[in-house]
Design a protein around this ligand. Structure first.
Ligand code: TYM
Length: 332
């Protein structure tokens, strides 16, 4: 069976609808066909400042949302990255094979360091993609389902795998990205030309999975559209309406053209009401289940611990092989 790996940062109390449509929906379907590993990448989230108690809570909440969205921890290996020390260990080895310029060319790093300035940018943000490569390579991963913002990081992962294999002999599987084209990118409702993000400055354009139904509905009703008044897909001229159509289509499985037909001759108000119903009926059970799981954190921690054990046994094997091949002396 082929291996699949993916993960998300626990960087907010709730995941947003872009995480759900761009990643979780695929994960849920793919877990039947693959030997799947899904991590909550808490080490990656350390690149952003945060309160320790809140961090712990966000990690649990992210795991609960994976499960509530349909990832089954008895079938897929759902675990917390820092529970498996091999991630940080392999990251160090891979960092010695990564060029300074190579890491500096990662657009996510470039964007962030340009925004905050190099003095306010921590080294963790620079090595972030190398840790991500370690995540993926430890599990001999074949495919990585992600949104298209992660494509460049997967390219780096492939380069590092090939480089290591070439220098030290076949050690790593070379993974492929798996990107759902239509839904690869969900945009902010208030600012429909920028990606919806857990770290957005304003809440108004972000649909959180754990929002109360009336809050989601309100955000959708207030979403930015245009003055044409026609429900029609056109990314360049109508980014707001197009984004709403993509969300509608992803959650219902219906073609965009069928949705356009349904709302032909009707205003944006009707369309938004329809979308709000779709979003609320999709997320209401997810939200309820997540909150239920969070009511029993001890049980959740138990599930995460047993999954981490499963993950560690695979990861440790790869790491031992890497240490041998690269020439680290074994402890006698
Ligand atoms: P993160 O936490 O930023 O995002 C998690 C997943 O959600 C996707 N995504 C989106 N998709 C569509 N539209 C959006 N607006 C949107 N926002 C986010 C992301 O593409 C991603 O698939 N670096 C990764 C976490 C990571 C990882 C890994 C992923 C660490 N190690 C190993 C895969 C394999 C990240 O930042 O995810």
């Amino acid at each position: 069976q082929q291996r699949l790996y993916s993960g998300m940062q626990p960087s907010a109390d709730s995941l947003q609808i872009g995480n759900y449509i761009g990643a979780l929906l695929q994960w849920r379907e793919l877990q039947d066909q693959y030997d799947a590993y899904f991590s909550v990448v808490d080490l990656h989230a350390l690149t952003q400042p945060g309160d320790p108690a809140e961090r712990r809570e966000k990690t649990r909440r992210t795991a609960a949302q994976y499960i509530a969205a349909g990832i089954e921890p008895s079938r897929s290996t759902l675990y917390v990255q820092s529970h498996v020390p091999a991630h940080a260990e392999l990251q160090w080895v891979l960092s010695t094979l990564t060029g300074f310029g190579e890491a500096g060319r990662m657009t996510q790093f470039k964007d962030k360091s340009a925004r905050y300035g190099t003095d306010a940018t921590n080294v963790g943000l620079f090595t972030y993609p190398v840790l991500m490569a370690a995540d993926i390579l430890l599990y001999q991963t074949d495919v990585v389902p992600v949104g298209d913002d992660q494509k460049q990081h997967i390219e780096l992962t492939r380069d590092l795998a090939e480089r290591f294999n070439q220098r030290f002999g076949e050690t790593f599987a070379v993974p492929k990205p798996m990107i759902q084209r239509e839904t690869a990118r969900i945009y902010d409702l208030q600012n429909p030309t920028s990606k919806m993000s857990k770290s957005a400055e304003s809440d108004a354009g972000v649909l959180w999975m754990l929002d109360e139904p009336k809050v989601s509905a309100k955000k959708i009703m207030r979403a930015v559209t245009d003055s044409e008044g026609a429900v029609r897909f056109d990314r360049d001229e109508k980014p707001g309406v197009s984004n709403l159509l993509v969300i509608y289509s992803a959650l219902t499985g219906r073609e965009i053209t069928a949705i356009e037909d349904e709302y032909a001759g009707r205003g944006y108000g009707d369309f938004k009401k329809g979308l709000a119903e779709v979003v609320v009926s999709e997320f209401e059970p997810v939200r309820a289940r997540a909150l239920e799981l969070l009511d029993d954190p001890a049980e959740l921690d138990r599930v995460l611990a047993s999954n981490a054990e499963r993950a560690a046994s695979v990861a440790e094997k790869t790491l031992a092989d890497v240490y041998d091949r690269i020439g680290l002396l074994r402890r006698g």
